[in-house]
Design a protein around this ligand. Structure first.
Ligand code: ADP
Ligand code: MG
Length: 502
């Protein structure tokens, strides 16, 4: 097999910080080479150098054995390198076909040839079996279709090397399957694909080779056939992963009862349509759904952030419908909020103040209105240690923490409340897999202690890993319930898309 691309000893330094250090990497024709690593490992940085967006501090790129250097992305594109970014770069008012050909439009006598553009898109789509409607306006296309438009665009530009940066992070499980199939197809037809992800299952399904980065360095580069997901995880994290705690079935009384909860604004379709559910002691109930189907409203209604028009919420038997956030918390609720900036922390508050939220009135930390700072600080530093929260000092502004570190702080604070009921919305969004494991472990331990958790996550894997029961929400209604035993990704995906349980 011929080596199409080689990167030799690539280094990128920002100030004193080495984002990439002596990274070497090769890519063959017709190969899928995955690059995996935790958040901040340096994956995107390496790709930005390859795509001509950043000059390397040192190192050399070779294409077909010839040394090259790129003076911007257009230069990289003209050398056959294409990149689909984490955030798409399409024009939402334009059609798929217009977006694909933009910059190199087919023209005749100076006029744009729409029909030629559409024909070209259809031809490419057919050749690589990538389904795109050429006339769809990007604003009306699903995220999955937008991604396929990006891929066609890169193919139209003549790419032989296609970089996909975390492409599956934004997709539903069914769309992920489709994308992985597209990737295999591209490779079979001779394209080389660099797939960046931290999802090892996808890697094991589609990659030929895998390179693992940690802290800006390569910790391993292996053939997929000769490795396992466990080994890759170890290379990513730098230590053995623990096993998830054994599950104990407790089957206790109901901690949360939601009855016929309805939120409706004026004449519109209800945002929540007579939702009923319960969470018992010793149980994690997961709510699966494509985001935007009422999950946010449900959490806001339960936690007192939003008034409801009908129905009831009971916590530990106490009616808390439309009560204040403070009263609901007192009834026994803690809450890892969906939007950590909006509800989880005041940006200008310090790390210490953010951690303290909710602890001011606890007897252990407040003696006759005098805050027991020392006690609180020792609790705070235990969280920082356990979750490896990266902060320069507890007086740093919480808003300066990276998203993942702020999330770890909020999760520690809410778990530390030791309430019987926890609402956990996207508890591991943006955190690295080491921290994800700690958080999952902590949630399971809480459950095993007899507490109840209502979990909302757009990561179906997370729902399947943690939940004892799974409810599926669609257009403001609960459309299905599955036990842990009967739940499969397939069944849930169908319900998530509005189909019926089979
Ligand atoms: N322009 C920049 N200036 C300073 N630091 C940066 C810059 N770009 C990235 N970094 C740092 O480099 C590290 C690697 O980032 P990145 O390559 O985006 O990681 P990944 O894609 O693996 O999550 C991070 O710690 C990030 O903060
Ligand atoms: Mg990245």
């Amino acid at each position: 097999m011929s080596i199409r691309l080689e990167m030799r000893k690539m280094t990128k330094q920002y100030g004193d910080f080495l984002a990439n250090e002596d990274i070497s990497f090769t890519l063959n024709a017709g190969e899928v080479h995955a690059i995996v690593g935790e958040n901040g490992a340096g994956k995107t940085t390496l790709m930005r150098m390859l795509y001509g967006m950043e000059p390397p501090t040192s190192g050399q790129i070779y294409l077909d054995g010839e040394p090259v250097s790129f003076d911007g992305p257009n230069d990289a594109i003209s050398h056959g390198i294409g990149m689909v970014h984490q955030h798409f770069m399409l024009f939402s008012d334009f059609t798929a076909a217009e977006n694909v050909v933009i910059g190199h439009e087919p023209k005749k006598a100076g006029f744009f040839r729409r029909k030629d553009a559409i024909d070209t898109v259809n031809k490419l789509a057919g050749q690589y079996q990538i389904q795109v409607r050429p006339n769809v306006k990007v604003a009306d296309a699903s995220v999955g279709e937008q991604q396929r438009i990006e891929i066609l665009k890169v193919l139209y530009q003549g790419a032989n090397i296609i970089i996909l940066d975390e492409p599956t992070a934004v997709l539903t499980p069914i769309e992920v399957k489709g994308l992985l199939k597209n990737i295999k197809n591209l490779a079979e037809q001779g394209k080389s694909v660099i797939l960046i992800t931290h999802k090892l299952r996808e890697v094991m399904e589609v990659a030929d080779r895998v390179t693992v980065l940690r802290n800006g360095k390569v910790t391993g580069s292996v053939n997929k056939e000769e490795t396992t997901a466990d080994e890759l995880a170890k290379l990513m994290v730098g230590r053995e992963l623990q096993t998830i705690s054994d599950r104990i079935q407790l089957n206790g009384n109901s901690l949360l009862e939601v009855n016929e909860l309805t939120i409706k604004e004026k004449q519109e379709k209800p945002l929540l349509d007579r939702i009923s559910l319960s969470v018992r002691r010793g149980e994690i109930v997961g709510i699966a759904g494509v985001s935007g189907n009422g999950q946010s409203e449900l959490l806001q209604a339960i936690s007192g952030l939003r008034k409801v028009n009908g129905g009831k919420v009971l916590i530990d038997g106490k009616d808390v419908t439309n009560q204040s956030v403070a009263d609901i918390r007192l009834a026994g609720l803690s809450h890892i909020p969906e939007d950590r900036y909006l509800w989880g922390a005041a940006k200008q508050a310090t790390v210490e103040e953010t951690g303290l939220m909710g602890y001011q009135n606890k007897p252990d930390y407040n003696n006759k209105s005098i805050l027991l700072k020392k006690q609180f600080r020792s609790l705070l530093s235990s969280w920082i240690k356990k979750f490896e929260i990266k902060t320069t000092s507890i007086n740093e502004q919480a808003g300066n923490l990276s998203g993942g570190n702020l999330q770890k702080l909020i999760v520690s604070r809410e778990l530390g409340q030791e309430t019987p009921l926890l609402l956990a919305a996207e508890p591991t969004r943006g955190v690295d897999i080491g921290a994800m494991e700690y958080i999952h472990e902590a949630l399971l331990q809480k459950r095993n202690n007899g507490d109840g958790i209502l979990l909302i996550s757009s990561e179906l894997t997370e729902i399947l890993t943690l939940s004892d029961r799974i409810l599926v929400i669609y257009e403001g209604k609960i459309v299905g319930e599955l036990t842990r035993e009967e739940a499969t990704e397939e069944k849930i995906s169908i319900l998530m898309a509005g189909g019926s349980k089979q």
